[in-house]
Design a binder for this molecule. Structure first.
Ligand code: NAD
Length: 473
């Protein structure tokens, strides 16, 4: 049982002014594994004040000083990889292979930000003028629970690479991961106040940050509903706002696709991160004339997909993060049935043999129409919808008929045809015959999947303001 009763402000671990206690669970057992004392508005204000003080000197550090800091931070997080891995399995319920990847990914984020910084030119010439990219100010970084350690490291490393100081509000449900990352970052010896980490409720600490006059920029990853609240709260002070929000990504199977490859890829895209992935390919678009064949194959493959104990190496889908999330997923399965979609496999309740833990049956619906609730709303669990299409035009129309636009997938044996489809899809990232990631290329969404981009040079520039210097010099 862990007791977490410290937040991190101005280079020190301090007891929060807030007194509310929040339980942490192991989602595989439903047992309480820890308690965290939450920060409040007072703590948030103290953290912003510390970041503001630190900004005066940190914003003037050289590129090489910041590179040294990122290096030390990356090393410190790497040294805690095993502990972080344990926390990701225990507190989040990630299956072991994925948890190992996530634990490593936190440190990789530091190295990637350093790589971007190393090649970035903060000054450029246009005609007779000089354009200087200047750090925007104190950044407020707000993260969700589905990859908390990574989001903390990625957002902080990018903000610091730009010369910004930061106040981080991690998900209150991921406090064990946050404690490990905070201790590691503290050991890295970064000057006091450059980063501050205040775990608290979103509508308390997050809301204070979103309206705070001394925060110049918010970078938020989370739900579209909260993203809109932050945008409204930031309007009065005209904050620069980056929003990485939800998705309802299409997985488009073209009529020439090899189903032996397409089906495993579709399940990987849909079930990744226990189905709790913003980029999950949850709408599987299949040509009508090959629907029966696709259904047969995906049903067989989904029935072999193990949803259960995250510590069992055969497990692909671990538990939902919380009881609330489990109930939400169950509700969507019920809505799918009620609206007339046909259950191909899975359904309500826990997988056979499991009596506790927030486990969900890997679920695939077919005969889904794109106007059904399960095709429109983000479920954030292992529940997929097959939507049949008649021709390519209809496939593209269905793919784009969504309020989201984060990611899309196209599977085809014909590269030229796949490229043609990709050119007409509205999404921030499109995968052709693969599921891959490149931390140097922009990540973010069209439409209500967000505003702005993270990663690489575009991600760095989201923390910078251009200043044009003109005249005689
Ligand atoms: P959430 O929006 O409920 O919470 C995200 C964070 O915002 C948490 O730290 C929360 O405490 C905080 N928050 C809540 N209310 C707030 C408020 N009023 N003001 C400021 N902050 C507030 O999301 P979640 O349930 O933690 O995560 C799941 C969501 O995140 C899904 O919708 C998913 O698609 C999205 N997500 C997006 C990406 C992406 O990169 N696009 C990545 C992962 C998750």
């Amino acid at each position: 049982m862990q007791s977490i009763d410290k937040i991190y402000i101005d280079g020190e671990f301090v007891t929060p002014h807030g007194e509310e206690m929040f339980d942490l669970f192991n989602p595989a057992t439903e047992q309480v594994i820890g308690r965290v004392r939450l920060a409040d508005e007072h703590d948030a204000n103290r953290a912003v004040a510390a970041a503001k003080r630190a900004f005066a000197s940190f914003s003037r550090t050289s590129k090489s000083e910041r590179l040294d800091m990122l290096q030390s931070m990356g090393n410190a997080v790497a040294a805690r990889e095993d502990e972080l891995y344990e926390a990701i399995v225990e507190e989040y319920g990630s299956p072991v292979v994925r948890a190992r990847w996530m634990a490593k990914y936190a440190q990789t984020a530091m190295a990637e930000a350093a790589k971007t910084l190393r090649q970035y030119d903060f000054t450029r010439r246009i005609n007779e003028s000089e354009v200087v990219m200047q750090p925007v100010g104190v950044a407020g970084l707000i993260t969700p629970w589905n990859a908390n350690a990574h989001f903390i490291c990625n957002k902080l490393a990018t903000a610091m690479a730009a010369g910004c100081t930061a106040v981080i509000k991690p998900s209150e449900m991921s406090a064990i991961q946050t404690r490990i990352v905070t201790e590691a970052l503290h050991e890295a010896g970064v000057p006091a106040g450059v980063f501050n980490i205040v775990t608290g409720r979103g509508d308390v600490v997050g809301a204070t940050m979103s309206a705070h006059p001394d925060i110049a920029k918010i970078s938020f990853t989370g739900s579209t509903a909260v993203g809109k609240t932050i945008l409204r709260a930031g309007a009065d002070t005209l904050k620069r706002i980056t929003l990485e929000l939800g998705g309802k990504s299409p997985f488009i199977v073209l009529d020439d696709a090899n189903f032996e490859e397409a089906v495993p890829l579709a399940l990987q895209a849909g079930f990744m991160n226990n189905g709790q992935a913003c980029i999950a390919g949850t709408r599987i678009l299949v040509p009508q004339q090959r629907l029966a064949e696709f259904e047969m194959r995906i049903r067989a493959a989904a029935e072999k997909t193990q949803s259960g104990d995250p510590r069992d190496p055969a497990t692909v889908i671990g538990p939902m993060v919380s009881e609330k999330q489990w109930n939400r997923v169950q509700r969507y399965i019920r809505i799918g049935i009620d609206e007339g979609a046909r259950l191909l496999t899975g359904g309500e309740g826990r997988p056979d043999g499991l009596k506790s833990g927030w486990f969900v049956r890997p679920t695939v619906f077919t005969d889904v129409h794109n106007d059904m609730t399960i095709a429109r709303e983000e479920i954030f669990g292992p529940v997929l919808s097959i939507i049949a299409y008649r021709d390519l035009e209809e496939a593209i129309a269905i793919a784009n008929d969504t309020t989201y636009g984060l990611q899309a997938y196209v599977v085809s044996a014909d590269a030229a045809k796949a490229r043609e489809v990709v050119s007409r899809i509205d999404a921030g990232r499109v995968m052709i015959n693969a599921i891959t990631h490149d931390p140097a290329v922009p990540f973010g969404g069209f439409k209500q999947s967000g505003i702005g981009r993270e990663m690489g040079t575009m991600g760095l520039e989201a923390y910078l303001e251009p200043k044009s210097v003109m005249g005689t010099f």
